[in-house]
Design a protein around this ligand. Structure first.
Ligand code: SF4
Ligand code: SF4
Length: 306
């Protein structure tokens, strides 16, 4: 059975990647499961999606603990324990990273047991507004090639099926990028091994530790403290940040502060101030500011001084 996990940030298209790859497997004659895993309103947060495929009914359920292929659309997630990129990887696991640094660098850095592939598939698109919207198709294209069992025309058909409600020009753009990723991985076609299925014969119950049940009043989780969500510094998810040009700002704070989905624009003395501990970089405020007083700064460039 093929077991594939896509990791990225909410909004980078990993759910779409799993749908495209799942449909491609299905069109190629496989039984398929594909599903994303994320909570509510998670743009910028670490999320993952997974695909199982084999030419027999799939009885395995739940998240994939021992993947044959892990694709990471955003290398900044690797050091985040919450992202779980390295969860369950083995010597047979292939790790594919969207990164400007090579696979050998990442393999040594992570002490990774299996094969590591790293390609900068997007190039400068990362720095352009909207460049990330093709990540799903690109990662699906790379994954399809690495399995070696999905022909190019089947991949293209899967993209058309999954994007059936999207404008033709956008579908074409997705197909072009997915094809480029598919072709770029051709020399590694078939590197992902089909793992064995789960056998019920010989199954032994794990050595569970039975925890005694407590009274509901004691055991049910309840948070009595107020404003605890403030402790979650969602600003750590950010790749780019909005910066307000105070000379251009007209003080119409009810516009930007109202549209900010995270209440990360606070108003002080009639002027907006961005709370970078909680701003996740969705850039909705920039789009809504009719005075063009908010601009986008790439966090990496700011740190490196590029
Ligand atoms: S919407 Fe733009 S101009 Fe208005 S307060 Fe916000 S940043 Fe300033
Ligand atoms: S301040 Fe702007 S970029 Fe940050 S979360 Fe709010 S709307 Fe998004």
């Amino acid at each position: 059975m093929y077991r594939i996990r896509f990791h990225g940030r909410g909004g980078q298209g990993m759910k779409m990647a799993s749908h495209i790859l799942g449909t491609a497997f299905f069109l190629a004659g496989f039984e398929v499961q594909d599903a994303p895993r994320f909570g509510a309103e998670r743009r910028g947060a670490p999320i993952f999606a997974y695909v199982r495929a084999q030419k027999a009914p799939i009885k395995e359920r739940g998240i994939i603990s021992h993947p044959g292929l892990v694709l990471v659309a955003d290398e900044s997630l690797v050091p985040l324990p919450a992202a779980g990129i390295l969860h369950g990887v083995e010597e047979t696991t292939v790790l594919f990273l969207n990164s400007r640094e090579g696979g050998a660098v990442w393999k040594a850095r992570l002490n990774f047991p299996g094969t590591v592939l790293a390609l900068d598939l997007i190039g400068n698109d990362l720095n352009q507004p909207g460049g990330q919207r093709f990540f799903g198709a690109i990662c699906a294209g790379a994954a399809a090639a690495l399995t070696g069992v999905i022909p190019e025309d089947v991949l293209m058909q899967a993209i058309e099926d999954e994007l059936i409600h999207v404008e033709a020009i956008v579908v074409q753009e997705n197909k072009t990028r997915a094809r480029a990723a598919f072709l770029a991985m051709q020399d590694k076609a078939g590197i992902v091994e089909e793992g064995s299925g789960v056998k019920v014969d010989g199954y032994r119950r794990p050595a569970w530790i039975d925890v005694p049940l407590d009274d509901a009043g004691l055991a049910a989780p309840a948070i009595h403290g107020r404003r605890t969500s403030e402790l979650m510094k969602t600003g750590a998810w950010r790749l780019r940040k909005p910066v307000i040009d105070t000379c251009r700002c007209k003080g119409c704070w009810w516009v930007c502060s109202t549209f900010c989905p995270d209440s990360a624009i606070v108003v002080e003395s009639g002027r907006p101030r961005i709370d970078y501990d909680h701003c996740k970089g969705c850039m909705i405020c920039m789009v809504q500011c009719s005075s063009h007083a908010i601009s986008l700064v790439n966090e990496k460039e700011e740190v490196s001084g590029e």
